[in-house]
Design a protein around this ligand. Structure first.
Ligand code: PHE
Length: 330
């Protein structure tokens, strides 16, 4: 029997083990055959023989079942090893794309105002005189209508020169309270280091019942917004003029490059102009048929923000589609 015990312990696979089991405990197995001898024995012989035989059978059964468990777990391990993935292996570098810096900047700005409960409005790129100028209190003789600035079509249509016409469209299609931003492309006849014929603006407009909205609200939302975008900067409001707001202001932040000391980017002033804003002029409300309301509006150039955030010296480089530039923004 020792020889069977040895072969069980040496056994290397389940098939071999099963063969040993059949040889010992199967129908024609060795131990089974011993049990057959019991019927020819007398009572006293029988008892001792049977006890021994049962012990032997139990011993083999437990040896075989222990070996079976051992072999099975070995086989699972071998299978897992064969199909394992080596996560430490290097992969071919893949060529993933990335958002254009202007779009990434736009998304960040939109995200901020969405968090402040502003809705997102859209308007057409091809506008008419009424929405782009007239309703915004830009009278017929206003210099901004000049051929120098505006792309006109033959039929008096034009490419919108700012996102402000979306203010007009939203006011005319809904009722106050309004709390909206309008991002999108705008067009002007301009081309130099800091101007391209197409660029992007984000417009903001808040309108509520009379007297509810003040310049202080405008200041607070813009100050918080600019600190969200540029970090710990000083913000100042300079009196300015826009036909559609009164009073109007241009907003500067302390120069993020020299911390207000004066450098090339801020032209030694220590300040960077970043947006225009004001309290909505009553003539604009008149043009859209609103009475007894108050509101503020603001507009900013997305490219200007992107240039400042990423220190891009030439605006035109953003629109040349040069991968060497774009790959820096992955
Ligand atoms: N539309 C103005 C521009 O294009 C920006 C602006 C918007 C200013 C709203 C004040 C209020 O320059």
């Amino acid at each position: 029997m020792q020889e069977y015990k040895d072969s069980i312990s040496r056994c290397e696979n389940l098939a071999e083990l099963d063969k040993i089991r059949v040889d010992l405990l199967g129908k024609k197995g060795l131990i089974t055959a011993e049990f057959a001898k019991l019927k020819d024995m007398n009572e006293s012989e029988k008892k001792a023989f049977a006890a021994n035989l049962n012990k032997l059978r139990d011993e083999f059964e437990s040896l075989i079942s222990a070996k079976k468990t051992e072999l099975e777990s070995g086989e699972i391990k071998a299978k897992m090893k064969a199909s394992a993935i080596d996560v430490t292996l290097f992969n071919e570098p893949s060529n993933t794309g990335a958002l254009h810096p202007v779009m990434a900047t736009m998304d960040r700005i939109i995200e901020y105002f969405m968090m402040q409960n502003f809705s997102l409005e859209k308007g057409p790129l091809i506008e008419d005189d009424f929405h782009n100028f007239e309703a915004l209190n830009l009278p017929k003789y206003h210099p901004a209508r000049d051929m120098q600035d505006t792309f006109y079509f033959k039929d008096f249509k034009l490419l919108r020169t700012h996102t402000s016409p979306v203010q007009v469209r939203t006011m005319m299609s809904t009722k106050p309270p309004i709390r909206m931003i309008a991002p999108g492309a705008v067009f002007r006849r301009d081309m130099d280091l800091t101007h391209t014929p197409m660029f992007h603006q984000i417009e903001g407009l808040v309108v509520e019942d009379e007297g509810v909205v003040s310049f202080a609200n405008l200041k607070s939302i813009l100050e918080n917004f600019l600190r969200y975008m540029f970090g710990d900067v000083k913000v100042r409001f300079r009196p300015s003029f826009f036909p559609f707001t009164e009073p109007s202001a241009e907003v500067d932040i302390s120069c993020i490059f020299c911390k207000g000391e004066g450098c090339r980017v801020c032209k030694q002033t220590g300040w960077l102009e970043v947006l225009g804003c004001g309290v909505v002029d009553s003539n604009v409300f008149k043009a859209v048929g609103y009475k007894n309301v108050s509101g503020y509006a603001f507009g900013l150039g997305v490219e200007r923000f992107a240039m400042l955030l990423h220190q891009i010296p030439d605006l035109r480089s953003l629109f040349e589609g040069d991968l060497r530039l774009l790959e820096q923004f992955k």
